[in-house]
Write a protein that binds this ligand. Structure first.
Ligand SMILES: Cc1ncc(C[n+]2csc(CCOP(=O)(O)OP(=O)(O)O)c2C)c(N)n1
Ligand SMILES: [Mg+2]
Length: 580
């Protein structure tokens, strides 16, 4: 909608003295603040440099990164942690594209995020006349996000942002793109008209109450179960319905299995936790209730070998109706927001819900205890060079002693083993590679976690994984964030032992042997430590977590310690041809 109040060029005769004016820059800032979006993660440049300065001057926290992808991942996890869209701000074309991976990642993981990108002159872009950083960004963003909008007139900024916020957080959350052409920032309009045009979004993510019939159907199926299981996904963690979820699990007496980022909703040490008996509960359960968890590859699509022979019935609680029957039949779909669904289930369970058969809960507990006991001695080893278990045994204690710290985790072996070994005690404390198993979230997540929660952050990073966002250690030092990065340095991707059989180049999976990542952070005034034993590691991590000073610990691991692709080596395609 074109607004008659827009003045692209101010007429010489305008009675400027009497008329108070505002412009695109200020309206965007006002619109963000009006909606409580007071943190921006981004990288400056044309056409948004001044916007970042002005936003900072107006009290918005502007975190300036070294690469947009990391700023984008920061925004995405800020959305997960706060239930408000995380905001990433980028320049046109290349900056936009750098941020786009994170926007797609946010959409895939159902995190609310808004990627705001400056863009070049529409008239020139549309005629493909070769503008500075020319690109039809809106068209490119559309298939990778939940919604994409462009604002051409300053008077539409309020509506544009309101639409972006609603699209990001309502229903199943996801990424939204907001395209702001360079000209918009300088557009001047009457200040009173501008103020009136802003929109404060009321009830951005309305409760979605499940149908009573659906709730009853689910409870009937659950009641009939002989070997029930509850799976808690990251959607359950996102919902911030922690007390109700805990009450549901405890009242039901059913063993629960947390997905990676659902860990800590109930402590991993809870007597009903089946994390250490995963293969048993997947195989042997007869009724499975999914709470904010999808039956995607992470759960082997709900079928096949890992789910065993026993016939299964699935109950699924999800805000997205299309999620039902995505991979297998869902006999009891419960569609609504997790908080409302769990509350309705709890109410429907009444006061005397029968405990699940004791032979089932007993069998699960037995398996769990056996597996925990088997693992225990390996976690106490003091081997030099370290193996994963020795190093992770130390970090497990660090988190046990500081349950409110946030754990960021990426890598292959470093991820899979840390997920299994480090117990979590509180919700939304474990942040990791998510649905895509993506490398590169590490430093962006760590920065946003520290900024959004004020809690200390422990990053457990494979040496390869760290490389994707490593330059942000400067950002961590610049903002003096309480982040301790531990790099599991095994000289490569999965292992550091591969050799090239055909020439002098190193094998594709190996890095420089004996690299000293700790030296990197010293360049920016942080603390670097080279740790060669579990005892070294323990001392250094404890000191970092206590001081809150930016620290990078190079944990020297045996290059032969890992296995191909960690726990998902089976996903690698195999060549059937014999080697010549
Ligand atoms: C964006 C992206 N690029 C590449 C990959 C493929 N990949 C999976 S794990 C991994 C690195 C594993 O090595 P490291 O982080 O050192 O962990 P390790 O197994 O050695 O402990 C890579 C490159 C990916 N998952 N995501
Ligand atoms: Mg490695």
């Amino acid at each position: 909608m074109a607004d008659p109040a827009v003045q692209e060029k101010q007429p010489a005769t305008a009675p400027e003295a009497e008329q108070e004016l505002t412009d695109g820059f200020h309206l965007i800032i006002d619109a963000l603040k009006l909606n409580g979006l007071t943190t921006i993660y981004g990288v400056p440049g044309i056409p948004i440099t001044d916007f970042g300065r002005m936003a900072q001057a107006e009290g918005i926290r502007v975190l300036s990164f070294r690469h947009e992808q990391n700023a984008g991942y920061a925004a995405s996890i800020a959305g997960f942690l706060t239930k408000k869209p995380g905001v990433c701000l980028t320049v046109s074309a290349p900056g936009f594209l750098n941020g786009l991976t994170a926007l797609a990642h946010a959409t895939t993981n159902c995190f609310p995020m808004i990627l705001i990108s400056g863009s070049s002159e529409r008239e020139v872009v549309d005629l493909q006349q070769g503008d500075y950083e020319e690109m039809d960004q809106l068209a490119i963003a559309k298939p990778l996000c939940k919604a994409a909008f462009r604002v051409l007139h300053a008077a539409d900024i309020g509506i544009g942002l309101a639409r972006a916020i609603r699209a990001a957080v309502s229903g199943r959350p996801g990424g939204v793109y907001l395209d702001l052409p360079a000209k918009l920032f300088g557009q001047v309009i009457d200040a009173a008209a501008g103020k009136k045009s802003l929109v404060k979004v009321i009830d951005a993510a309305p409760a979605q109450i499940p149908a009573p019939d659906a709730v009853k159907r689910a409870l009937d199926v659950l009641k009939g179960a002989k070997r029930p299981l509850i799976i808690l996904g990251k959607g359950a963690a996102y919902a911030q319905a922690d007390d109700a979820i805990r009450a549901l699990v405890e009242k039901s007496g059913i063993p629960f299995l947390p997905m990676s980022m659902g860990k800590g909703l109930l402590p991993d040490t809870h007597p009903q936790c089946a994390g250490a008996a995963r293969s048993t509960v997947l195989k042997d359960s007869d009724v499975v209730m999914l709470v904010g968890a999808r039956l995607n590859w992470l759960l082997s699509h709900g079928k096949g070998k890992s789910w065993g022979e026993a016939p299964k019935k699935f109950i699924q609680i999800d805000i997205e109706p299309k999620e039902m029957d995505s991979n297998v039949e869902i006999v009891a779909p419960v569609v609504g927001d997790i908080g409302s669904c769990v509350a309705a289930l709890l109410q429907g369970m009444g006061g005397n819900w029968p405990a699940p058969p004791a032979d089932w809960t007993g069998a699960v507990s037995k398996k769990r205890e056996e597996n925990v006991a088997k693992m225990a001695p390996r976690l106490m080893n003091n081997n030099v060079p370290m193996d994963y278990h020795g190093a992770l045994g130390v970090l497990r204690t660090v988190i046990k002693e500081r349950p409110d710290a946030i754990l960021v985790n990426e890598g292959a072996n470093t991820l899979d083993l840390a997920r299994g070994i480090i117990d979590m005690y509180q919700p939304r404390k474990r942040l990791d590679v998510g649905t895509w198993g993506i490398m590169g979230i590490g430093m962006g997540y760590a920065i946003a976690a520290a900024i959004e929660t004020g809690k200390p952050v422990l990053c457990v990073e494979g040496d390869s994984a760290f490389g994707f966002s490593g330059m942000e250690v400067e950002t961590i030092c610049r903002y003096k964030l309480p982040v301790c990065i531990v790099i599991f340095n095994n000289d490569g991707i999965y292992r550091g032992t591969d050799v090239n059989k055909a020439g002098d180049d190193p094998a594709p999976t190996v890095f420089v042997k004996g690299s000293r990542y700790d030296k990197m952070i010293e360049a920016f005034g942080g603390i670097g430590v080279n740790a060669t034993s579990p005892d070294d590691l323990k001392r250094a991590v404890n000191a970092a977590m206590d001081s809150g000073k930016p620290t990078l610990i190079n944990a020297v691991l045996d290059p032969a310690a890992g296995s191909e692709s960690g726990r998902i080596g089976n996903l690698n395609p195999q060549s059937k041809l014999k080697k010549k």
